[in-house]
Design a binder for this molecule. Structure first.
Ligand code: PEP
Ligand code: MG
Length: 585
């Protein structure tokens, strides 16, 4: 058994599929005598293909972002063209009968030992480039679907160091019913993706890739944050039963999709969906969401080999809006940086404090053309739907100046569209409240905002000075901590008094305990992973605003996070005991 951080509730059992073995342990290391020639050819053609991809990337980035951002891809090509690299890898294939993957793995190991001896930042960045290129090459050799055709039986439990969006795309339509990661926490990519698909997941399980190999049977318990393997047949049968109960219960809950969300005292709430793609927009409909509270557009960039141009973005936004529930859709502009890096935006270098550095709107301001393209694509997509359907949301706003600058960029984009004769719509403009400084200045910031959306994942990490992806500080990065509750209560009060619509779109909005407290603060719009909508809808039925306000008042008297968590677990047990399988510890 191994313990990690529970990040997406439920229980599932299945066959492990380990990703990113390049950094851990290639599953097959040696070749048959007669396979060497074929392996060398595989290496050569993967290298050529990767060089071609990099070349295409370089020209597109050159044209759309700039020469210095494109230069990194030229450098990456030169690593692959380097004779020393080719000689080393093919030497191991021929002399030691290593598979290409094993040879690439050894290459990285040798280099990491070499580079670990230096403290020179420049050299360390060069090593990051080497890792980048080698893993790109390695990924072009791995085809998950082929892997599965070679006898792996689905559904699969994906086991990875951290799940990158590109790997999720690679998994395509393979049925994934559980995710386990070594790194990450409740708000990392893997967690967000797992929740958007409604599958159980556990993060922060160090060393799991060394204990589990592809093909093993493992059980993921996303309520307690537990992984079990080497199971006897009785345990397998017991977990299968639990798994069935979990999925049946969820299906049964989703039957409430056409009902409105009404609290015990008759207040209608809006339950919106956080989405990353058109597929998620469809899940939002299937789960009965009232609209989309957050479309994370960066997934379009992250899963795209290069910069998506205005037409591509326009088409994507239109498709997402069309697939979404027939109500409001809030599109958030690019939120790159922190844990989400895009090399074509000059993100190949390491920042020592990425979450406090060059991310989100700060990065967009520095790429005005890229930012302008996105704003135009959103304004154009909005014109194809009824007035008021689309809203535009800006991430990580910190100061009043930034909001002014956003408004002036939107005006500029509109002027350009007028002169080009392209139809567009005027849309409400909102800010994400994620930075404590902005929470302090909330009343002043409202002057420039048509609406506010609280990104509690970031707000909590910044308030608590505890990285949302670092399992070592996850005990601090907790939405149910007393300081977070105080700040949220205040912000919701200010917006309500000012009649500015406010939504909470961080992961806490879909967590039963946090939902009760937010309702008690006077929140009426909640945006969450689609999979959580049916649960929250049922929970709303059994609680009135007055009761939620009383529970909040009691919770605010408590001094520690664990006291709040225990108190809320008790309240949830009392209000809706059957929901505990759908809650994380
Ligand atoms: C947040 O920070 O709460 C949020 C919703 O944005 P993201 O998780 O994409 O940073
Ligand atoms: Mg955020």
């Amino acid at each position: 058994m191994k313990k990690g951080i529970p990040v997406s509730p439920g229980v599932s059992i299945g066959t492990a599929y380990c990703i990113s073995e390049i950094f851990v342990r290639p599953e097959k290391t040696h070749l048959e005598e007669d396979a060497v020639g074929e392996e060398l050819a595989r290496f050569e053609s993967a290298k050529e293909q990767t060089i071609r991809d990099l070349k295409a990337l370089e020209s597109k980035v050159y044209a759309q972002v700039g020469p210095s951002e494109a230069a990194v891809f030229a450098m990456h090509q030169s690593i692959l063209c380097d004779n020393a690299f080719t000689k080393k890898v093919s030497g191991w294939i021929v002399d030691e009968k290593l598979t290409v993957q094993a040879a690439l793995h050894r290459f990285l190991e040798e280099y990491s030992v070499l580079f670990s001896k230096t403290k020179d930042e420049y050299l360390q960045e060069r090593f990051a480039d080497i890792r980048d290129v080698v893993s790109r090459l390695s990924a072009s050799l791995t085809d998950v679907k082929n892997e599965i055709d070679r006898g792996l039986e689905g559904p699969l439990i994906v086991v990875a160091d951290e799940l990158l969006p590109s790997q999720v795309v690679l998994l395509g339509d393979v049925e994934v019913k559980g995710i386990v990661t070594q790194a990450g926490g409740p708000t990392s990519h893997a967690a967000i993706i797992a929740r958007s698909k409604g599958i159980p997941a556990v993060s922060g399980v160090p060393g799991i890739l060394r204990q589990i190999k592809t093909g093993d049977t493992i059980m993921v318990d996303g309520r307690e944050g537990v992984i079990r393997y080497n199971l006897d047949p009785e345990s397998i049968a017991a977990y299968r039963k639990l798994e069935r109960e979990f999925f049946d219960f969820k299906d049964q809950l989703a039957e409430n999709r056409d009902e409105p969300t009404i609290t015990a005292d008759g207040l209608e709430l809006e339950l919106l969906a956080n989405i990353n793609s058109t597929t998620d927009a469809e899940s939002a409909v299937a789960m009965g969401g009232n609209g989309v509270g957050l479309y994370r557009t960066e997934y379009l960039y992250l899963t795209h080999p290069n910069v998506p141009d205005e037409e591509e973005q326009y088409e994507n936004y239109r498709r997402v809006i069309q697939s979404a529930p027939n109500n409001q859709v809030t599109i958030r502009t690019l939120d790159i940086g922190g844990d989400k890096t895009v090399p074509y935006l000059g993100h190949n270098h390491q920042e020592s404090n990425p979450f406090m550095g060059w991310r989100s709107i700060r990065l967009s301001f520095e790429h005005p053309e890229l930012f302008n393209t996105q704003i135009r694509a959103i304004l154009r997509a909005a014109a194809d739907f009824e007035f008021g359907k689309v809203r535009m949301l800006f991430p990580m706003v910190t100061t009043v100046d930034e909001m002014r600058r956003v408004r002036s960029m939107v005006r500029r984009a509109m002027k350009q569209l007028v002169s080009l004769g392209k139809p567009f719509a005027n849309v409400p403009i909102g800010m994400m409240l994620e930075v404590p400084a902005a929470a302090i200045m909330m009343d002043t910031l409202l002057e420039g905002c048509d609406f506010v959306s609280v990104g509690s994942n970031d707000l909590v990490q910044y308030l608590m000075a505890a990285d949302r992806d670092n399992p070592k500080v996850s005990h601090l990065c907790q939405p149910l901590s007393p300081p977070v509750l105080r700040v949220l209560k205040n912000v919701i009060r200010i917006c309500n008094q000012n009649n500015t619509p406010i939504t909470v779109c961080g992961e806490m909005a879909g967590q039963p305990k946090a939902f009760v407290l937010l309702l008690g603060m006077g929140l009426k719009k909640f945006s969450m992973s689609p999979a959580f909508i049916p649960t929250i809808k049922e929970l709303a039925k059994v609680i009135s605003r007055a009761e939620a306000a009383q529970i909040l008042q009691n919770a605010l008297k408590l001094k520690t996070t664990s006291q709040v968590q225990r108190y809320m677990a008790g309240q949830l047990q009392r209000l809706a005991p059957k929901f505990t399988i759908l809650d994380t510890a």
